[in-house]
Write a protein that binds this ligand. Structure first.
Ligand code: ASP
Ligand code: CP
Length: 305
């Protein structure tokens, strides 16, 4: 495995399977009443968050703590970033405090890549702009594998605001590496122009794809990244691309519903679908801790370094 985890595309099939298998082992620890392992004692993990987060930030913190690492949480709000301090100077300040791994979320695509040239430790991308969110893709693959078994030949449909979604890009790359067949479903306005070069199919007809899918992954409509009108109204969007009870009924019996969160209930996913037995949304959050433990464990090399 490489020293950093910046893109899901950097993972070979062997790397990806190693992370998933390690997470399987670590999941057993998460099921115990005492969840802590001494593996990363004496190592420091810095969580550097320039963009809001609930799940990713908390789960990286929980993952590092369960491995007994020291954790420094940095959030841009309330820091000297508001005085104009640059990413590079912020990174060098944290480096001076001795970071073995830096987990970064930033609104600029490419920020983790730049950071990796400035710090000595491992850099983990926790979401950069509209580019990538590799640990989300890993936790999604882990969740699918636990529910469905090996992903080779499985049909995964990702629906919604692909244009602004780093989750979609990382999932397409990783799922392709793992041998799954991915179909993106979105209005033409919410697909990136480069989508033809992605290793997946594209469809505009959710109802046609639903019955053939093993997984339906709904994406959040990311209004905070929209500077124009991409669809006529939320109601119209829901009608064509939302997952409601009627559409759920068209899915195969053992097919699952996923969403990375946070959800716009009633827009891309109906509340009753989000809360149904077919939904893995809460499971995805729990699996996020396990996957992030596996990533930190493998990047920091446990006790051997
Ligand atoms: N939480 C995910 C992300 O940060 C998905 C989303 O925000 O819709 O990319
Ligand atoms: N899924 C995800 O990345 O959630 P947060 O934005 O809350 O971290």
């Amino acid at each position: 495995m490489k020293r950093h985890l910046i893109s899901a595309g950097d993972l070979t099939r062997q790397d990806a399977l190693l992370i998933l298998d390690t997470a399987d082992e670590l999941a057993r620890v998460s099921d115990r009443s005492i969840k802590k392992l001494p593996t990363l004692r004496g190592r420091t993990v810095v969580n550097l968050f320039f963009e809001d987060s609930t799940r990713t930030r908390i789960s990286f913190e929980a993952a590092a703590k369960r491995l007994s690492a020291d954790v420094i949480n940095f959030s841009a709000k309330g820091s000297s970033v508001s005085k104009g301090e640059s990413l590079k100077d912020t990174a060098l300040t944290l480096q001076a405090m001795g970071a073995d791994a830096v987990v970064i979320r930033h609104s600029a695509s490419g920020a983790p890549h730049r950071l990796a040239t400035w710090v000595d430790g491992s850099v983990v991308n926790a979401g950069d702009g509209t580019h990538e969110h590799p640990t989300q893709a890993l936790l999604d693959a882990f969740t699918m594998r636990r529910r469905l078994g090996a992903l080779d030949g499985r049909r995964i449909t990702i629906v919604g605001d692909v244009l602004h979604s780093r989750v979609a890009r990382s999932n397409v790359l990783l799922l392709n590496t793992l041998g799954a067949q991915v179909t993106l479903v979105a209005p033409p306005t919410l697909l990136p122009v480069t989508v033809d070069s992605w290793p997946c199919e594209v469809s505009y007809d959710l109802d046609a794809v639903l019955p053939k899918s093993d997984v339906i992954m709904m994406l959040r409509v990311q209004t905070e990244r929209m500077n124009a009108s991409y669809f006529p109204s939320a109601r119209e969007y829901s009608r064509r691309y939302g997952l409601d009870r009627d559409r759920l009924a068209k899915m195969a019996d053992d097919a699952i519903v996923m969403h990375p969160g946070p959800m716009n209930r009633g827009v891309e996913i109906a509340a009753e679908v989000a809360d149904s037995a077919r939904s893995t949304i809460v499971e995805q959050v729990a699996n996020g801790v396990t996957i992030r433990m596996a990533v930190l464990y493998l990047l920091l090399g446990g006790e051997t370094q």
